[in-house]
Every structure is written in C-alpha cells, then in structure tokens.
Design a protein around this ligand. Structure first.
Ligand SMILES: [Zn+2]
Length: 306
C-alpha cells in the first residue's frame, strides 16, 4: 500500500504480474475500509497482498465504490462479496443491473476478448441485489470514514460516476480523466465501445473541475497533482483522436487499415513523450484498437441522429 493522503492509500494490484496497470484506492476509516475499483478477479490476490501490507484483510472491507463496471475496474466485485457478504457495492443505476445479472455484459466482453477472457479477467460473479447501493449522482456518501460527493460522469461509459473527498481534495475519477501513470508526462484517453460520448464527457470534466480537486486519482494509474495539465492534455488528445478517426472513416479506407494507422500514430506519440519502459503500459491500458472502434461508433451514432 502506498499512502497518498492522511488515511488514504492505494494498492497496485499487480495486474497479470505487472506494475502500473490498475490502482485500487483504499479509504481507511475507523470502522473499516472502502475500496474504489477493486479491479478484476484475476488480480484479487495482488489486492489482498497489498491490503495485508497495510494490516487489512477482506473482513475489514465495508464498501466497494465502483466508478464503472468495466472488467478492469469491477470484475472482482462479486468474488469479494461472496467472500465477505457484508460488503456494500455502490454503482450507478445504469450499471447496477449488470452487476446483479452480468450475462449481457459478459457476452459483449466475450465478443471482444474471445478465449482470452478468463486469462485476462478471471471470473465475474453476480453481486446479490441486496448488496447493491444504486447511485444516480449528486449523493453524499459516508464511506471509509469520510464524506464523499458523487457525480455522474458519463463519456467513457454511460454509467460512470466519480467520487470527491473534500477533506483530502482528491477526486476519484476512474477513466474519466484518461490514463496517466503518476508523474509521467502523458495523459491519454481510453475510448472503447459502446458508450463513448464526447459531449457528455466534456460536461463530466466540468463537473470534476467544479469540485476544484487538488489531486486526481485515476485507476490507470495513481494520484496526480497536475489537475489542470492532465485535463488539458486529455481534452486535446480526445479531440485529436476523434478527428483522426473521423478522417479515416471519411477516407473510405477499410476499417482494418484505419485502425492499423491509428495504432501506429498513437504509439509514435507515446514513443516521443515517454521513456521506453512506459510505452507498453500506456499502449495496453489505452487499447488503441478498441479506442478506434469506440470513436467510430460515436461518429456513426452522431450521423444517425443528424
Ligand atoms: Zn479502465
């Protein structure tokens, strides 16, 4: 566990044995701990190792606060609840039913990951309905010993929420502020299908800014003090990415060629701005191929509406 503020730590869950992929925030209350985005089942042993380091085990966990239900953030939730049935799971109303009945979520993930599903994520157990606390945004929660504000922050996912702890000034923003390994100079969006909505995303960024956070905690990866710089880069790259994808679609080139060119362009950007050891981490976390499809879907939906 690494401390980021008074009573606030995070665990690198060592996703598939690697550092810097998935960070789970830990709010240490007197009556138990709350975890923000526990990660997938496949890295729960890493999460438990990290917690044990801080003197905690799963019996100490009272709440799981999900930013959204993508497998890399929430896949291990049902397994944790099975092992400690007292855990409350907080999730946006549009994600809640998929945590209770994950069949559809898993079927669509299976289309993306195929036979790599189990190796990449592990099991995804349903969460009993009685453990689920449904959020819509605007709530004030008491969790992990503190007061947390909840905001509905769609854009990356239609069921994404962010949490703000005014005591520490930390906003827990999941993937809404993109990915940025703490202290590295690059912030990248991640834009997988099916929910990407750039207009909603911008509104969500403004909600986060309205909190005036001192730090952003992003799942991929860690706490970052340069709030304005991170959001500025995110906005710039989101715009550049979306225009690149639209130009590709308009060019009439086959999608496979467009995605190939996009991936190459993204990797060049990373290579110019990062040390070589960090390039693969960003590349895997930002999923450029999936991100191309997510933005292409955004543009198609927009055209259908027009
Ligand atoms: Zn993610």
């Amino acid at each position: 566990m690494q401390q980021i503020a008074e009573g606030t730590c995070f665990v690198d869950v060592e996703y598939l044995g690697n550092e810097y992929y998935i960070a789970c925030a830990v709010l240490e209350g007197a009556d138990g701990i709350a975890l923000i985005d526990p990660g997938p089942a496949v890295s729960l042993p890493g999460l438990e190792r990290g917690l044990a380091h801080g003197g905690y085990n799963l019996d100490d966990v009272t709440d799981l606060l999900l930013t959204h239900i993508h497998l890399d953030h929430a896949g291990g939730t049902g397994t944790l609840v099975k092992r400690n049935p007292n855990i409350r799971v907080y999730v946006h109303e549009r994600g809640a039913r998929h945590m209770i009945n994950p069949e559809r979520l898993l079927a669509s993930a299976k289309r993306i990951y195929g036979d790599q599903m189990d190796a990449m994520w592990g099991e995804f157990l349903p969460v009993p309905e009685e453990n689920v606390e449904v959020l819509t945004g605007g709530e004030e929660l008491s969790s992990g010993g503190r007061a947390l504000a909840v905001a509905y922050t769609p854009g990356h996912a239609s069921h994404h929420v962010s949490y703000f702890d005014a005591t520490t000034g930390i906003a827990y923003v999941g993937d809404t502020a993109g990915i940025r390994i703490a202290n590295e100079p690059v912030t990248l969006p991640v834009t997988p299908p099916p929910d990407i909505d750039l207009e909603a995303w911008e509104e969500s960024l403004q909600k986060i800014e309205a909190w005036s956070p001192e730090r952003l905690f992003v799942t991929h990866f860690g706490a970052d003090d340069n709030v304005a710089g991170t959001l500025d880069q995110l906005r710039t790259r989101l715009m550049q990415w979306s225009l690149y994808v639209r130009r590709g679609m308009q060019s009439g080139s086959p999608p496979e060629e467009c995605t190939k060119a996009f991936i190459k362009w993204v990797v060049e950007d990373l290579e110019q701005n990062l040390s070589p050891d960090k390039v693969p981490v960003y590349q895997v976390s930002s999923m450029p191929e999936m991100s191309w499809h997510g933005l292409a879907r955004y543009w198609r939906k927009k055209e259908e509406k027009a």
